[in-house]
Design a protein around this ligand. Structure first.
Ligand SMILES: C[S@@+](CC[C@H](N)C(=O)[O-])C[C@H]1O[C@@H](n2cnc3c(N)ncnc32)[C@H](O)[C@@H]1O
Length: 286
């Protein structure tokens, strides 16, 4: 039986079919930690028996946490409550053959981005200089360094804990000769020292990507290259969310004096609320 089916069965046995339907898809595994994203209207105490069942059923899980809805603040962190097992929020998490040490309460992490991490790495050509403006614990940067052959990846984050884990993860994955970790505000870092050098810029933080777009352009070598822009798009009923995303991005480029861009690819990363989509556009200034 698949892990999803087992989770659905466990949730149904412990909490009944009605709650199970809303719950089983909200359980994630990060290393040896299981995370239950608490559905609205459910008290965390109601989830403790399920957390204990998860511990018994999945022997590799050592700790189970509940996550309250929504990520908050500049560092994009979720609020967590311990449910069962060891009261430990640090773990080792494997993705695409790379190892990441993270504390789920201190650093942004989302297994949903796993596909995206690999997709971008597969686009990077040998010898490229890449800037990751919002790197977190270094997922995109390290996976790119391992799977592609970039010359350099500058990996910026403003959260000191994310920076600390990024440094550790660069060491764990032996990519110190490629990935340079930088603590700071991406806009300032680009303005001060990373302008006119990149072939590719990643902007994996939808809340500020459009605002920071002038800095991504400034980072590109001779103003040419690829920018991966992540954004949230609210689509009304029947509205084409891709068309809206392209419009938003083209308008922003126009505002900063760039009239013509190519959209190389577009994809829905996930749904973040009813009718609100996180979309990535791979754009190119030629
Ligand atoms: C959505 S998370 C990034 C996810 C990460 N790239 C991944 O693959 O898991 C956004 C990150 O941007 C960082 N951040 C927020 N504002 C920033 C800024 N002005 N400059 C650099 N990093 C920033 C946060 O600390 C957070 O780690």
């Amino acid at each position: 039986m698949s892990r999803g089916k087992i989770l659905r069965k466990l949730a149904s046995e412990v909490l009944g079919e009605e709650v199970a339907k809303r719950l089983w898809g909200r359980i994630e595994f990060i290393g040896d930690i299981a995370l239950i994203r608490i559905p609205p209207g459910v008290e965390y105490t109601e989830l403790i028996p399920l957390a204990e069942r998860i511990l018994r059923e999945f022997k590799y899980v050592k700790s189970v946490w509940g996550g309250y809805p929504g990520v908050r603040g500049e560092y994009r962190l979720r609020e967590y409550v311990h449910l069962a097992g060891e009261k430990r929020s640090e773990t080792l998490y494997k993705e695409h053959g790379c190892l990441f040490k993270i504390d789920i309460t201190k650093v942004y992490v989302s297994p949903v981005l796993g596909f995206e991490h690999r997709r971008i790495a597969e686009l990077v050509r040998p010898g490229e200089t890449v800037i990751n403006m919002y790197a977190g614990a270094g997922f995109f940067s390290i996976i790119i360094a391992k799977l592609a052959k970039p010359a350099r990846v500058y990996s910026i984050d403003i959260n000191p804990d994310a920076y600390r884990y990024m440094v550790e993860n660069i060491r764990l994955n032996k990519v110190g000769h490629i990935v340079e970790p930088i603590l700071g505000d991406a806009a300032k870092v680009v303005e001060e020292r990373l302008y006119n050098i990149a072939d590719r810029v990643l902007m994996p933080y939808p809340d500020i990507a459009l605002q920071h777009l002038p800095y991504a352009v400034k980072a590109l070598k001779d103003g040419r290259g690829v920018i991966h822009i992540y954004l949230h798009v609210k689509a009304l009923k029947g509205e084409d969310y891709f068309a809206k995303a392209v419009r938003m991005v083209e308008e922003r480029f126009k505002e900063i004096g760039i009239g013509k861009i190519k959209v190389l690819n577009k994809r829905v990363v996930r749904m973040v609320a009813p009718r609100v989509y996180q979309i990535v556009l791979d754009t190119e200034i030629a």
